[in-house]
Design a binder for this molecule. Sequence first.
Ligand code: PHE
Ligand code: NA
Length: 440
Amino acid sequence: MAQRESWATRTGFILAAVGSAVGLGNIWRFPYQVGEYGGAAFLVVYLLLIAFVGFPVMLVEFSIGRYTERNPVGALKQIGKGISSKIGWVFVVAGFVILSYYSVVAGWILQYIVIGLQGNYAASGAATQFGATTGGLPSVLTHAIFMAAVIGIVALGIQDGIELSVKLMVPAIIALLVGLAVYAGTLSGAGDAYAYYLSPDLGAIASNWTEILPAAAAQAFFTLSLGMGVMITYASYLGEDRNLAKDGAIIVGLDTLIAFIAGLVAFPVLFTANLTETTDGPGFIFVSLSEAFSSIPFGGILGAVFFATVAIAALSSAISIMEVVVSYLIDEHGIARVPAVTALGIAIFLVGVPVAYDQSGSLVWLTVYDGLANQILLILGGLLLAIFVGWVQTDLGLEELSKGFRNLGSWGMVWIWTLRIPVIVLLLVVLWYNASNVYE
Ligand code: PHE
Ligand code: NA
């Protein structure tokens, strides 16, 4: 059997993980979640969850991946006992669901690049324009184009495909977004926008935390690519004993920073266009932002650059989801990479077709897929992993975490106890709440 692949460089792994984390979650999903669940209140809960739930669970995934050097299904089979050896299946199902609709939304992003280049963002009727984008054959076609790009990169393998591409994509995302934020800062509405964006109204926090908490938890897992084995898979290609906590902190920090910078682009654009009544929900960046682009200087080009940045970010995330399921077929069934990627790519494309074709006008399929994936599968995956390392394979976790530290000291047990009680209880509550509400 051929030797298993690995990252070529130290930075390759970090860039791949950052590329996975930074994506539609930061730029498409984050802003409308903030808008839907009470602005600043949501933001505070979200940041706490990132630090005290997301970061510890990321370390769980890293330690399992590096220890086993296997795909998530195989990894849990190897170190799990009884029922816990089956956990990996949750990740494969989640991967199928998430990538299928992720690619559809990324396809819409591609359409909005073209619309911008043509100078055609609608000044009025932006919602109608979005409606025409999101259903029928064009949407299926752009979904196919995006999946083809994902297949192409992942087929080239870890070093020549994923690692090489993220070395180009991640710096490009950061440079483009910072450039856009700087330009947005020169717009006439920037001052008012900053005042609004940077001085949150914390008063709202107590109002409906039973809704804020589950939504913020789902967003935290989604944005950090947690709960579906991406970080297990990526860490499984790590040979050396690097400090996992340090890498994790960099990844979490960059993901959060990039979501913040996206706000520094969006708010000045919206304020300059005097757009105070924005569209809620998944249409936010497509409807409100494109309408705003239509009325600011160089808006068409600016919008095209913005959506191109989002498309790159989406691609570097989508390849990580694909790699989870591909690594499973390669490791466990000995299937070669190219046929594995091709077959899975086509299957995932087909799973996404209902979301792409949906002409209901209310994005019902998108809502169902997103709800199932984020509110149930990712939370469930994270919960099972926290139980597993918190209570079942504690020594394995501690051993991996301590590598690269001169002296981990009591931080190891702080991590384990964070997983054991607070993380598990919180995720149980969230899962129970979401399971009883998801299809309301
Ligand atoms: N983290 C990605 C984003 O923010 C989405 C993602 C979720 C990627 C789960 C992989 C796994 O867009
Ligand atoms: Na993200």
